[in-house]
Design a binder for this molecule. Structure first.
Ligand code: FES
Length: 146
């Protein structure tokens, strides 16, 4: 049911932990299951130089966050913002359909951390990062995350 890569990232997750002097911290909860994820980033010259995550979540959330941190390490903020949960799931070799919602947590936590970084720089993140959470306004507009 789970690819080898999913099992590998679940049993041996990369970049787990905290960054004490993080430049941005994003915390996201999954409304569907109540799981929580926290993402920490260090940013230098617009590039993500370090990223760590902590999650109280299921195996799929751990595996997707783990590979997502690898995918954004060393990337510019703009590039990191284009990382979709779909790309993360593909990189893992797929997830069972009922576990796709878990991968959204990683994408949202990255966006929230980047938004926090911009806020700390005195920049309004909304025009850059857009809507982060699967919020009610999204549902009202029929806008679902992929
Ligand atoms: Fe909650 Fe997977 S079941 S994130």
């Amino acid at each position: 049911m789970y690819s080898e890569l999913v099992m590998d990232h679940f049993t041996n997750p990369r970049n787990v932990g905290e960054i004490a002097d993080a430049d941005g911290i994003g915390e996201i909860g999954n409304a569907k299951c109540g799981d929580i994820m926290k993402m920490y980033i260090k940013v230098e010259n617009n590039v993500i130089t370090n990223v760590k995550f902590k999650t109280f979540g299921c195996g799929s959330a751990i595996a997707t966050s783990s590979i997502a941190t690898e995918m954004i390490m060393g990337k510019s903020l703009e590039e990191a913002l284009t990382l979709s949960n779909k790309a993360v799931v593909e990189a893992l070799g797929g997830l069972p359909a009922h576990k796709i919602h878990c991968s959204v947590l990683a994408e949202q936590a990255i966006k929230a951390a980047i938004a926090d970084y911009y806020r700390k720089q005195g920049i309004d993140p909304e025009p850059i990062v857009g809507c982060i959470e699967d919020c009610e306004a999204c549902h009202a507009h029929g806008h679902e995350h992929e």
